[in-house]
Structure formats: C-alpha cells, structure tokens
Design a binder for this molecule. Structure first.
Ligand SMILES: Cc1cc2nc3c(=O)[nH]c(=O)nc-3n(C[C@H](O)[C@H](O)[C@H](O)COP(=O)(O)O)c2cc1C
Length: 204
C-alpha cells in the first residue's frame, strides 16, 4: 500500500498539464497499490511565503514560541509530517521563467527543516527523508530535455539538488515539453507524457 503525497503547484486548475499528469500518475499508483493520496494543491491553496514569524519560529524551541510563532511552526511541522509519512512523492510544476512555480518553492522552504528533514553532522549535512520514490512532472512551452535550451532548465536540477539534500534521491522525471511549438508538437508531447506515466505507474 503506497502512501502518496501529491503536490501540484500550477494555479491553472484544469488547464494545467502538470496538474493533470501528476494527478493521473498518483491515481494509477494509488489504484494498483490500494494506496492513499494526500493532495496539496498549492495552486488553489497557496502555502504562505516565509516571513519573519515563520523563520523565527522554526529556529526556536517550542516552549520559547509565542502564539503566532507556535501556529507558524505547527503549519510547517504538518507539511514536514506529510512528507515524512509518504513513501511516494509526486511533484507537479510548470517551468516558470526557467524555474518552478513560486508556490512549490514555498512548500520546499517549509519542509527543509534542520533536525527534521536534514541534519548537520561533522562530515556535512545528511538528508533524513530517505526511502521514498519521487516523481517530478514538469510541463513547459519549450524543450529542455536536450538541445540548446537544456542549460536553461533550472527546475529539474534545482529540484534534484534540494530533494537530494533532504535524502530524496530516487527521482524520475516526466516532461511535457515543446507545448508552444505548434499543435503537432503539443500533441506529441502529451502522447509521450501519457505513455511515460503509464510506464512509470506499471513499474511503481
Ligand atoms: C509566467 C509564466 C512563465 C513561463 N515561463 C516559461 C519558461 O521559462 N519556459 C518555458 O518553456 N515555458 C514557460 N512558460 C510556459 C509554461 O511552462 C507552460 O504553459 C506550462 O504548461 C505551465 O504549466 P501548467 O500547464 O502545469 O500550468 C511560462 C508560463 C507562464 C505563465
């Protein structure tokens, strides 16, 4: 039984391709493993960006927090618990100005917590969110998997870096790319992503 954490970040609701393919993959893995899905829809329910209260709260011991800080820390703790409890994490995002939707960045800022999802040791930082399978579903107008624009994709390298820092190293990437290169290219991108979702779900 797979405990799936599905994180979608596009605000474009049903129009979003990353929402669609991330949701499709989650549904398929859920069905075949008789699992469950916790869905964080960051496009419709954005996670607040880090502010002074949260950054201060997460550095303090619980007994030192005031009421506002306690609420902020509790919110972040919940996001961490959702991540730590999952055995499958599916992250959907569009490529937005060569990076990720800002709501997804806020989720990362809430779950990257020293002592909870990583810790510092004498030999450097160690990720604590280990043993999970991760899928990144990325949609983009251009093509970044190969060719001249590959170096401009700061979404997948960034996500792999920060997820790896937290101990999430088993990562598969599904791209829906070239969507702006005409109707034929868009159709091809969708067909290719559909096949990849099918293939990865079967292998899950
Ligand atoms: C504000 C904005 C910035 C974008 N920046 C890029 C970009 O840098 N590169 C790219 O290929 N596509 C870019 N796009 C196109 C999106 O990646 C594409 O529409 C994608 O499907 C969005 O994901 P979604 O369908 O899940 O919302 C951008 C779209 C928006 C709205």
């Amino acid at each position: 039984m797979s405990k799936i954490l599905l994180i979608t970040s596009s605000p474009r609701a049903e129009e979003s391709l990353s929402n669609k393919f991330a949701g499709d993959l989650a549904a398929k893995i859920k069905e075949q493993s008789n699992g469950s899905i916790t869905h964080l829809d960051l496009g419709q329910n954005p996670i607040p960006h880090l502010d002074q209260v949260t950054t201060s709260a997460i550095r303090k011991a619980p007994e030192q927090r005031d009421a506002q800080e306690a609420a902020a820390a509790e919110y972040s703790d919940k996001r961490v618990a959702e991540l730590m409890e999952a055995d499958t994490v599916i992250i959907g995002t569009g490529l937005i100005n060569f990076a990720i939707y800002s709501g997804l960045k806020s989720w990362i800022d809430n779950v990257a917590r020293a002592g909870m999802t990583f810790r510092y040791t004498e030999s450097g930082p160690v990720g604590l969110a280990t043993g999970k399978k991760v899928y990144i579903v990325l949609s983009s107008a251009g093509v970044y998997s190969e060719g001249p624009a590959a170096a401009m994709d700061h979404a997948v390298p960034y996500l792999k870096t920060v997820l790896g820092f937290l101990g999430l190293t088993d990562v598969e990437v599904i791209r829906i790319e070239g969507l702006a290169f005409g109707p034929e290219a868009a159709e091809k991108a969708i067909a290719s992503a559909t096949a990849k979702v099918e293939e990865l779900a079967k292998a899950a």
